[in-house]
Design a protein around this ligand. Structure first.
Ligand SMILES: NC(=O)c1ccc[n+]([C@@H]2O[C@H](COP(=O)([O-])OP(=O)(O)OC[C@H]3O[C@@H](n4cnc5c(N)ncnc54)[C@H](OP(=O)(O)O)[C@@H]3O)[C@@H](O)[C@H]2O)c1
Length: 327
């Protein structure tokens, strides 16, 4: 049996993506063959699609770190043919072909049953970006962040940032959103942000060792100097989740926020987080934290992935991109 996939091929140092037909793999013990109904586009997929080192193990390769679909064949007793399932992260779309193909062959340990009240499209409008945002929010809440002061979100119109804004707002936090886009205030207000801060204004002055403590917590998707500045503005016993590096890998901070305010800096690695945490995040997102992201999600098919990859690499993506398989 053949299936369609967006395949990235390498010629010398050039990486090109196109829709190709591939052969369905044979099932291995402990694995599932899944008919993928939808995938989604994440920053990591854009890196894998353009040959950035350290993401895809080898080329030719099918990216797509997110998968939702139906079990076609099961070699694991926890799953049966016809089950609706969801999978994000681990080595999907990195070392094994991912959700930009109509078929995936995955270890059952990486797969969860889709929550019963969740539509497949909605699951992918969340995807890894949303699961990461949920992990960021859960960790700052678990560390006791209060809602006496606002919470800050950077890269706010992006995949992770936008879902973080939605969740925090739903949970009753006053959300201040930092963005580099000058024309997305309305979008951010619709997501639940109460104040929009232009990135250039926020970064106009360099970070101090300690700045005014006007935020109880933060979700940072940007890293670099932005993260340093955010840390300096968190109040006593506050917390900041750090998950991204679109703005830089390195930052220089002072120890003062940590030793004079008890601020916690919490790292997030959603891809490799335990499956039980992912299960809990999907449960939250299908119940108390349920979101309607339809108006913030664009649906595309395999033919237009390339255009969206370019947008995400230029920092121009707004909200989420869902990839639909089939007609
Ligand atoms: N740790 C994890 O488990 C995990 C999981 C998923 C993603 N990530 C990481 O999280 C980051 C965001 O991922 P994403 O999927 O949300 O990407 P995305 O959709 O491209 O969003 C990133 C957003 O950051 C802002 N931005 C872009 N370039 C910037 C720059 N040079 N300086 C400051 N801000 C910039 C833009 O928002 P504005 O225009 O609104 O500022 C952009 O939309 C990436 O680094 C990704 O690798 C980590």
């Amino acid at each position: 049996m053949k299936y369609k996939a967006y395949l990235i091929e390498q010629t010398d140092d050039q990486f090109n993506g196109s829709v190709k037909e591939l052969d369905k793999p044979a099932i291995e013990a402990g694995h599932l063959i899944i008919s993928v109904h939808y995938s989604s586009l994440n920053y990591k997929d854009a890196l894998a699609s353009t040959g950035v080192k350290g993401v895809a193990k080898a080329y030719p390769f099918v990216p797509g770190i997110d998968v939702v679909g139906t079990v076609l064949e099961s070699a694991d007793e926890r799953f049966s043919e016809g089950d609706n399932v969801v999978a994000t992260g681990y080595k999907i779309g990195m070392a094994v072909h991912g959700g930009f193909g109509e078929i995936v062959h995955l270890p059952a340990d990486w797969v969860l049953h889709l929550p019963e009240n969740m539509e497949m499209f909605d699951a992918m409008s969340i995807g890894t970006a949303g699961i990461t945002a949920a992990a960021c929010v859960k960790k700052i809440i678990d560390s006791g962040v209060s809602n006496d002061l606002p919470v800050l979100v950077s890269g706010a119109t992006g995949g992770v940032g936008s879902v973080a804004v939605n969740i925090l707002s739903k949970l009753g936090y006053e959300v201040h959103a930092i963005t580099g886009k000058t024309d997305e205030d309305k979008t951010l207000l619709n997501m639940g942000a109460t104040e929009i801060i232009q990135r250039s204004d926020y970064m106009a002055e360099p970070a101090r060792a300690l700045d005014k403590a006007i935020y109880s917590g933060a979700v940072d998707t940007v890293g670099g100097d932005m993260l340093a500045k955010m840390i300096s503005m968190i109040s006593n016993e506050g917390a900041i989740s750090c998950c991204g590096n679109v703005g830089g890998m390195k930052f220089t901070s002072s120890v003062f926020p940590f030793i004079l305010r008890g601020v916690s800096l919490i790292g997030i690695d959603s891809a490799e987080s335990p499956i039980e945490l992912k299960k809990e995040l999907w449960r939250l997102l299908s119940s108390e934290w349920q979101l309607d992201l339809k108006s913030q999600t664009k649906e595309i098919n395999l033919d237009t992935i390339g255009e969206e990859v370019n947008k995400i690499l230029q920092g121009q993506q707004v909200g989420r991109i869902v990839i639909k398989h089939g007609a």
